[in-house]
Ligand binder design. Structure first.
Ligand code: ATP
Ligand code: MG
Length: 431
């Protein structure tokens, strides 16, 4: 029969790669925990309106990238294309903002879905890790979110990450700027891509985000947001830059950075990293400050700031640069029963070592030669082999063999955990 393949734009994660994803995600979580964030898990499925209202009708995501369908009860549902809008829905619905100190600091990790053209660094189902810090308007809150993202990327071993920052200003600044852009693009729009034509009508700011090479020279000549900022927005942006400098976080100002989601205001930023092989996977992460998102979803007027990393892109650059060396699976002990009578005793010992000893243990279930079992132990990167035959059963003992030094010893079963504890703590001090 013909085999069934995975859906276009999705990818299977297995083997060593699974360990890479786990390693990357757990490091991200542990650093977010240091910054006092707590985990949150919104559902993958939301009502379509969460994203239409949250992400915004002029965004590429809502215009063409969402997996939206009616369910059997005729509810219009969407597979989340990003987390922020769903998290805001969760915060509003459960009134998580009703606490005596804001910001509310949340992190998330999981799959998101976007109907895009699959290519290098671009999938239709991919994984994001990110944070939201909600309900505090201090520029220091924006700064800290950038510091956290940068710290995570550095801790993963990425050196020379570029942080691009820009400000979109407050509502007044953006309204004035939009007018100026409309005026400027009026004479050019006929010659620009179809997407830009609809962006011109919906939100001319989006045009700055266009990636069509022919459109870029026209876009380069457009007015700059810096000339339309209110005094307050200018001051806020300067405070953030000063704070980043004091904290020794390198950044570049990129006036063409507008980000593709409608909810952003004031500070926006992106994280870029070029792997040594020079492959361009696109931004590894991005984020910004948002003003009206909570209100759009029926909540109080509270601002927020967050970022989101593309885990696939991060795993790819780490792999390219050889920064994922230690992700091989290993075993503490591989248990080898010799003969039918040993199998049940061996299983008992394996369970004991796992449940009481906390060791990672596998066991050979096949009747095969001892030499074969040693080969399997080596393939599984086991540190110790545990051999149990008729003789050992009689004596309530086992043979353990250090597979690195080939040292071998006979140990009583009731002394086994103490022995391994001794051997493993010795190993740790040697490392
Ligand atoms: P891009 O400009 O590359 O399309 P974006 O602005 O749409 O990115 P965000 O919505 O900010 O991206 O998502 C945060 C991060 O998720 C991105 O910086 C990127 O690392 C990752 N990402 C976005 N789209 C994809 C995709 N289709 N496949 C894999 N990763 C993605
Ligand atoms: Mg995109």
């Amino acid at each position: 029969m013909e085999i069934i393949k995975n859906v276009k734009g999705t990818h299977d994660i297995y083997g060593e790669e699974t360990n890479s994803y786990e390693m990357v995600e757990s490091l991200m979580k542990s650093i977010a925990e240091l910054y006092a964030y707590n985990g949150v898990r919104p559902p993958v499925l939301e009502y379509n309106s969460v994203f239409v209202r949250g992400v915004g009708e002029s965004s590429d995501i809502v215009r063409k990238e969402m997996y939206t369908f009616p369910d059997k009860g005729d509810r219009l549902l969407t597979l989340r294309p990003e987390f922020t809008a769903g998290i805001m829905r969760l915060v509003v619905q459960n009134k998580l903002y009703a606490t005596n100190e804001l910001p509310l600091k949340l992190y998330y990790v999981g799959p998101v879905f976007r109907y895009e053209r699959p290519q290098l660094g671009r999938y239709r189902q991919f994984n994001q890790f990110g944070v939201e810090s909600i309900g505090n308007n201090s520029p220091m809150n924006d700064t800290e979110v950038i510091v956290l993202a940068y710290t995570i990327l550095c801790s993963l071993g990425l050196e020379g990450v570029t942080i691009k920052i820009n400000t979109l200003g407050d509502e007044d600044s953006r309204n004035n700027y939009r007018k100026a852009l409309k005026e400027y693009f009026k004479d050019h729009i006929e010659n620009m891509c179809e997407d830009c034509k609809s962006r011109y009508e919906l939100n001319p700011l989006r045009i700055l985000d266009c990636k069509v090479p022919e459109d870029r020279p026209i876009i380069e000549g457009a007015p700059k947001i810096g000339d339309y900022l209110s005094e307050a927005s200018k001051a806020r942006f300067e405070q953030i830059q000063d704070a980043l400098s004091v904290l020794q976080i390198p950044y570049e100002i990129d006036e063409s950075l507008v980000r593709g989601l409608d909810y952003y205001s004031e500070t926006v930023f992106e994280f870029h990293y070029k792997s040594k092989a020079g492959l361009d996977y696109g931004a590894v992460g991005a984020g910004g400050h948002y003003g009206k998102l909570m209100e759009e979803l029926g909540g109080p007027e509270l601002p927020g700031v967050g970022f989101s990393f593309g885990i696939e892109r991060i795993v790819s650059v780490l792999k390219d640069d050889g920064l994922l060396n230690d992700t091989k699976s290993t075993l503490d002990v591989y248990v080898m029963p010799l003969g039918d009578e040993s199998v049940l005793v061996a299983e008992e010992i394996a369970v004991l070592l796992r449940n009481s000893g906390g060791y990672r243990v596998d066991m050979c279930f096949d009747k095969t030669k001892l030499g074969n079992m040693f080969k399997r132990a080596t393939n599984k990167n086991a540190k110790y082999a545990l051999i149990i035959g008729e003789e050992e059963i009689k004596n309530d003992s086992v043979i353990i063999k250090n597979l690195t030094t080939q040292e071998q010893m006979n140990i009583k079963v009731d002394e086994l955990i103490d022995k391994f504890d001794e051997l493993f703590s010795k190993e740790e001090t040697q490392e």
